[in-house]
Design a protein around this ligand. Structure first.
Ligand code: PLP
Length: 405
């Protein structure tokens, strides 16, 4: 008889955004005239820029001619894109990352869920609390989490690093128990918090000292404004011997529907006597057949001079929303953070409401959808996430509605 992977039964509840979607659908069915504004899910709203579109068109045209047609892409990515990434995202920032240390993929969600496969199931992982749910759920599926402890909202075998108002929503180095794998995400989803280079250096030193691996999710790197906030973990000394970095084209260039991302594993990153670069190359080439040529050409265009200007315009557009939300809610008396180097605004719910109570309240009274902080972990309870990815006009209206409550 076929047996299932029982680890899946250990997953908690349904995916956060499906629960939100169900609630919003019920509300709009009951209130057909309500003009709902969605600042919940972190999807972008603005169109792809002209340079990206023309690059996509050109690549499509190449497909119609036998001499320029492309079939399977190289497993690890086309050289033109890997080189553009290495030159622009890393060498320009003084990071020693070579093109062949970059693995092109169809996005950071898959990479952040799949990367744990190259590590032993015995490894202990540490995550921030609150956290992007994929890191936890993918480790639950792999059987690395232990059991779920009712009442705590935590798995018994995962180290949760609290990110609270008291520590500026940045985790402290674990002292009680040393994790083997540490997930960090800066600028952070959901809190919008960032980390300075000197603070991140402490994590790198800790990981090197304890021979842990940091999985550094920099999906929101394009939103960094402050000089002392690093864009890549490889800006820190000796990070190439302890860190894997994940990046995405979703939130800088608006590729959430186009799909493109990459993972960086330096060749000198060795654990258990093995090169993690070699293991991931083996995994990638066995289970993945490459991001489409057309999409990788669009990715290359992101690094052209015109592409860079246009992408900066997109990010500036969303950051104008972020400032409007941040300032508007602050004026209305809310306790808010994030939104300065990140497209997420993290707010304390008023009057000690739970995150889901505030979700319902906002939906019912202002017809605005956000994301309950408790969906990201126990320390997210009593908090709420709004995103800056809406249309400017809709964002302004949403904030004004909240202010008028
Ligand atoms: N990592 C973080 C922290 C995210 O918030 C997201 C998307 O919301 C992703 C990764 C996924 O990005 P992608 O669209 O490249 O799969």
């Amino acid at each position: 008889m076929t047996k299932i992977n029982k680890n899946y039964l250990n997953l908690q509840g349904s995916y956060l955004f499906s629960t939100i979607a169900k609630k919003v659908n019920t509300f709009s069915a009951e209130n057909p005239d309500a003009k709902i504004i969605r600042l919940g899910i972190g999807d972008v709203t603005q169109a792809l820029t002209p340079t990206i579109i023309s690059s996509l068109h050109q690549a499509v045209d190449e497909m119609k001619d036998k001499s320029t047609f492309k079939g399977y892409a190289p497993d690890l990515g086309y050289d033109f894109l890997r080189k553009a990434i290495a030159d622009n995202d890393y060498k320009l920032r003084g990071c020693k990352i070579e093109a062949d240390e970059i693995f092109v993929s169809d996005g950071a969600k898959c990479d952040s869920g799949n990367i744990q496969e190259i590590f032993s199931v015995d490894n202990k992982i540490a995550v921030c609390d609150p956290v992007y749910p994929v890191y936890v759920d993918s480790n639950v599926m792999a059987g690395r989490s232990g059991t779920f402890v009712e009442g705590t909202g935590k798995y018994s075998n995962i180290i949760y690093m609290p990110c609270t108002k008291e520590n500026g929503f940045a985790p402290q180095l674990p002292t009680d128990e040393v994790p083997d794998i540490i997930y960090l995400c800066f600028p952070n989803n959901p809190t919008g918090a960032t980390i300075t280079k000197s603070e991140l250096q402490k994590w790198v030193d800790y990981a090197n000292e304890h021979e842990s691996v940091i999985i550094y999710d920099a999906a929101y790197e394009a939103y960094i404004r402050d000089e002392d906030v690093p864009h890549s973990i490889y800006e820190c000394d000796n990070a190439t011997t302890c860190a894997i970095e994940l990046r995405s084209f979703s939130k800088n260039a608006g590729f959430t529907g186009v799909r493109l991302g990459f993972t960086v594993i330096p060749k000198e990153l060795v654990r258990d006597g093995q090169s993690l670069h070699t293991l991931w190359a083996r995994r990638h080439s066995t289970k993945y057949n490459g991001a489409p040529y057309i999409v990788q050409k669009a990715g290359e265009a992101v690094y052209s001079e015109e592409g860079k200007k246009e992408i900066k315009g997109l990010v500036d557009y969303y950051m104008r929303n972020a400032s409007y939300i941040l300032n508007g809610l602050r004026e209305a008396g809310y306790e808010v953070s994030g939104g300065k180097n990140a497209p997420y605004i993290w707010l304390k719910t008023p009057d000690n409401m739970t995150s889901w109570d505030f979700f319902d309240y906002l939906l019912n009274t202002a017809n605005v959808v956000g994301t309950p902080g408790s969906g990201f972990g126990p320390n997210g309870e009593g908090y709420f996430r709004l995103t800056a990815f809406g249309n400017y006009e809709a964002t302004v209206e949403a904030v004004d509605r909240i202010k008028n409550l």
